[in-house]
Design a protein around this ligand. Structure first.
Ligand code: ZN
Length: 143
């Protein structure tokens, strides 16, 4: 187990993503523009549609579920770390339909924003957190 300890939280970036934009792409863009290499991510809002995934370790692939909205973003959270030298958002969401029925998973590209209020909090670590391909999980994970 590799533990990276930050000295403190750093800068905070707050942003409402544009209507019609891609949620995951938008979060990555905010992180890149802020220059964050390691950060926590929180957001709420609503999307017109979304793609969420679950990783099936038995077959080594993500299983995608396509959801049509309107859907509330009841909870959005995740992190920013580096992958291939660039800020990379790993995001999970819980989405609710108009009746409050919930869906959730690993956020994939394809979620169209209606409203997304995003807060990124930088972690001022001694060294940036970088994802590397891992043979045991088959995923790009933290060391
Ligand atoms: Zn995930």
């Amino acid at each position: 187990m590799n533990i990276i300890t930050g000295q403190s939280t750093g800068k905070v970036s707050i942003c409402r993503l544009p209507v019609g934009s891609d949620l995951l792409e938008g979060i990555n863009l905010v992180a890149a523009k802020a220059g964050f290499k390691t950060a926590t991510v929180q957001f709420i809002g609503a999307v017109r549609k979304a793609v969420v995934q679950a990783y099936d370790e038995r077959v080594g692939e993500y299983i995608s579920t396509h959801l049509e909205g309107p859907l509330e973003i009841l909870s959005g959270s995740g992190n920013i770390s580096l992958k291939d030298g660039e800020p990379f958002a790993h995001i999970h969401v819980v989405l609710g339909d108009l009746a409050g029925k919930c869906f959730g998973g690993h956020l994939a590209a394809g979620a169209e924003v209606f409203i997304a209020e995003v807060i990124l909090t930088e972690i001022a670590a001694d060294s940036p957190l970088e994802r590397k391909q891992d043979d045991q999980t088959g995923l790009a994970v933290w060391p």
